[in-house]
Ligand binder design. Structure first.
Ligand code: G3I
Length: 378
């Protein structure tokens, strides 16, 4: 009798389940299949008051800022990333935006006409996702670090346009939904300044900029698309031309969202704070975001003692942070690396330097503390 009741109960339960369409596939597994590496949810504590002595990283200083929360990022050097676990630890702990220093550039991602290579850029993107960092893709179109098959290819304008479209569509498409912002066109002004005449401009003409933005937008309509330039932090002849260029992009309704100012600075030069802010503000007033994209601050030309140089460097870094906080359209400050051990500057200037915020042994320099205080708003 008891067995009969038991079997009846089981039958009723099964009937009920089938009638409601239950398939016995747990929801969690379904999610897992869709996205095996979800971005860790970042805690959003709002403006909860956390005392400065309890803030231990730059990203927390930014998150718990008593002023305005901005992002704080770094470029990632792939050799250091592979060789050095301390490098990875500090990068994942201190920063909330990651930019590949080189491995997302065309010479790496599209090394041959029929090859795309995302091995190294995927490593960095996965690291960023695992550490709750946003990713800025740098860069799509530049005069430099273009693969030889393009520069030596002898392509016509139409052929180069076809190549460019295919390249942008593939690279941006590969990272669709994963990369929040792209430097679409890098350093469009004065490419001769560095003996790097741009093949894009030479063969296609200045319209290459419009095409690049339109195709990037088609490939990922959600990504914020940036132009980027150096030596344009202050109001001067070059930044006036940068302004005219970006203004005309906006007027022609090219899908651009932001303007980058690299911020490769030098303590021996003057960067009047009010002018820094005024310059970035006029670009922001075009209705675009602005960002410091590649900050580092050279010491090598200064005659002062090392402690004095470190103090000047710290002050200047803090001013970059303050300037960004003071402009509501400024999304963040990205440093071009974080440890002097792996800076690009000595290779470029053929002179030793210490332009970043951790020293060669990963000890925080005065600049680190200054940035932390500035982000927090003390
Ligand atoms: O990959 C080769 C390697 O195979 C070779 O053994 C080695 C020997 O020197 O060179 C390696 O290539 C170097 C490459 O970085 C990757 O490490 C190049 O020589 C070197 O010139 C190149 O420098 C990069 C530079 O862009 C190229 O102009 C820097 O690391 C990178 O920091 C710098 O970044 C740019 C931004 O993208 C745009 N704004 C300016 C900024 C500084 O120039």
């Amino acid at each position: 009798m008891q067995l009969k009741r038991f079997l009846l109960a089981i039958s009723l339960i099964l009937l009920l389940l089938f009638s409601t369409g239950c398939t016995f596939i747990p929801q969690a597994d379904e999610n897992k299949a869709v996205d095996p590496t979800p971005m860790p949810a970042q805690t959003q504590p709002g403006k909860e008051k956390v005392p400065f002595q309890d803030i231990h990283t730059l990203r927390d200083a930014a998150l718990y800022s008593q002023k305005r929360t901005i992002s704080i990022g770094t470029a990632a050097n792939i050799d250091a990333f592979h060789a050095d676990t301390t490098y990875q630890t500090i990068m994942g702990r201190e920063f909330n935006i990651l930019v590949a220093e080189n491995v997302m550039k065309m010479y790496v991602t599209h090394p041959d006409i029929d090859t795309f290579n995302f091995i190294q850029s995927d490593e960095l993107v996965n690291f960023a996702r695992q550490h709750g960092m946003q990713i800025e893709g740098a860069n799509l179109i530049w005069s430099n670090q273009v693969p030889a098959w393009i520069t030596n290819g002898g392509y016509t304008r139409d052929e180069l346009l076809g190549i460019m479209k295919d390249y942008i569509t593939n690279v941006v498409g590969h990272y669709k939904g994963q990369i929040q912002s792209w430097i679409v066109v890098n350093e469009p002004l004065d490419t001769d300044e560095l003996n790097q005449q741009s093949i894009w401009e030479r063969i296609i003409g200045p319209q290459y900029i419009d095409y690049a933005f339109r195709w990037a937008h088609e490939a990922d309509p959600q990504a914020r698309l940036y132009i980027n330039e150096f030596n344009t932090e202050l109001v001067n002849e070059k930044s006036n031309r940068y302004y005219a260029l970006t203004q005309s992009l906006v007027q022609r309704k090219v899908p651009i969202n932001g303007i980058g100012f690299e911020g490769h600075l030098d303590i021996t030069l003057q960067y009047p704070y009010a002018q820094l802010v005024a310059n970035m503000k006029r670009f922001a007033n075009l209705g675009l975001q602005v960002q410091i994209t590649e900050a580092d601050i050279k010491l090598q030309n200064s005659p002062h003692t090392l402690p004095e140089k470190f103090t000047q460097q710290a002050t200047l870094y803090a001013e970059l942070i303050h300037a960004c906080q003071d402009i509501k359209q400024c999304t963040g400050v990205i440093l071009w690396g974080f440890t002097d051990r792996y800076t690009w500057i000595p290779n470029f200037t053929h002179h030793p330097d210490q332009p970043l915020i951790f020293d060669n042994q990963y000890q925080p320099k005065p600049a680190y503390t200054a940035i932390k205080k500035a982000l927090y708003g003390t």
